[in-house]
Design a protein around this ligand. Structure first.
Ligand code: 5GP
Ligand code: ZN
Length: 120
């Protein structure tokens, strides 16, 4: 398997291919962003690279420029969704023990309500 290649059994690769529908809010040649099917905040958007990497550690190591583009897209979406004030959160669950259930790296962009710290 070449790094970044689509995976047949990956839910988010299927969304990228258009095989599973999603409510897309932003896309460019590098990333796709769509609303989470089970939102945990008034704004809950998943931002994913078009290349398949399992998690942000693998993406960040292999594709630093793409990682930056993903974060730039998240910032642009936060502006468009009007959640920059009072603030928003970007989460990368990494590994099953941290709550990751889909192993195609995704940033959770959460906003539109107050946030607690520490997270659960
Ligand atoms: P994780 O638990 O891996 O950090 O996040 C996976 C996210 O994907 C969850 O928040 C879950 O609600 C979301 N999700 C799972 N299946 C689908 C789907 O088919 N469509 C969309 N839009 N989101 C999904
Ligand atoms: Zn994938």
């Amino acid at each position: 398997m070449a790094a970044g290649e689509p995976q047949a059994d990956c839910l988010f690769c299927k969304i990228l291919a258009g095989d599973i529908p999603a409510t897309v809010v932003y896309e460019n040649k590098d990333v796709l962003a769509f609303r989470d099917i089970n939102p945990q905040a008034p704004v809950h958007i998943l931002v994913i690279p078009r290349l398949h990497y399992a998690n942000v550690g693998e993406l960040g190591s292999a594709e630093p420029e793409l990682t930056g583009k993903l974060l730039a897209a998240a910032a642009e979406i936060a502006n468009a969704e009007d959640i920059v004030e009072p603030g928003y959160r970007i989460v990368f669950n990494t590994g099953a023990g941290a709550g990751q259930t889909v192993f195609h790296v995704h940033a959770h962009l959460l906003g539109g309500r107050g946030m607690q710290w520490p997270p659960g």
